[in-house]
Ligand binder design. Sequence first.
Ligand code: ZN
Length: 371
Amino acid sequence: MKKTTFLLFVLSVFQYGNAQHSHNSDHALTYPNIEGYVTLKTDLHIHTVFSDGNVWPTIRVQEALRENLDAISLTEHLEYQPHAADIPHPDRNRSYDLALAEAKEHDLLIIHGSEITRAAPVGHSNAVFIKDANPLLTDKAENAFSEAKKQNAFVFWNHPAWYAQNSDGNPVLSDFQKDRIKKGELHGIEVINTIDYNEASLALALEQNLTILGTSDIHGLIDWDYTEKGSDRPITLVFAKEKSLESMREALFAGKTVAVYNSLLVGKPEFLIPLIQSSIEVTSAKYIPKTEVLEVQLKNVSSSPLLFKNAMDYGLYSSSPVFEIPALGTYTLRIKTLEEKENVDLKLQAIGTFTAPKESPVVSWNISVEK
Ligand code: ZN
């Protein structure tokens, strides 16, 4: 071994021993923080061989590290255990324990969770931030929910619009869910599950004041189901005071989330609008010499391609009024301001994002023009 090679070897061993060493792939996800909050990238609906998934829990941790997620929860079906003959595990916390050990040297939060699984109208729900999965396995669904509440869990309704349970692909809020909400035992709802975004679920979230979530519900490999198809997994951005379990739990109960699936972003305006504002940076703004055409360079610092529609009275020059700023990419906008201005309010409707069914917010940026 040559001396330089040896040095590199020593350096790489040292780096590997570093507690925060990186496993990021080129699909590492990034979203900006918003004022007062850190933006946590989370997937709270994941399966492994400990229920009906096809991979070992350690692979879920490695996938999350490759995508630069901040938190995951392995939510095994308590009642549906197709691999139990090959992998018997009387302790239902096993999947969590294995993931926790794998994540130990990394900055990835592992949330203890489980899926409570019944036929319609009860359907499927995830309890996350539980302390012990075993007592959640009971004959009556009502008892599973009251046990989750006893453990101070955050509970959300999974794919309420799943066509296997509601053949028209729309959610039905049954007396079971109404009772759970009344008793403080149901706090959130998936509006995006796998590749399905459901507007009626969003309407329910707003009407019942449930936290908005998006999850992958992955059973196979993230790479095969999403990345290879040029897509990212659906996630929930959680706006927390800091990156910690307690802070994330608090934020989920307070409904501080945006569900994300590629260019689709869904959330309450108080979080969605600041997220879009922070995602687009104005890197330069000056008039094209001898014209009243203002040239603005926009940079998208998020992993979502963002679709916009011009919402200003001013027209655009050499651009469709509808345009996309690619994920982590740039776009040049030429605005016909008719006279030279020192400040311009850039107003764009973010047409791939929703604060309510079919409602996309108009976002503005105050631009100071360079002399
Ligand atoms: Zn599931």
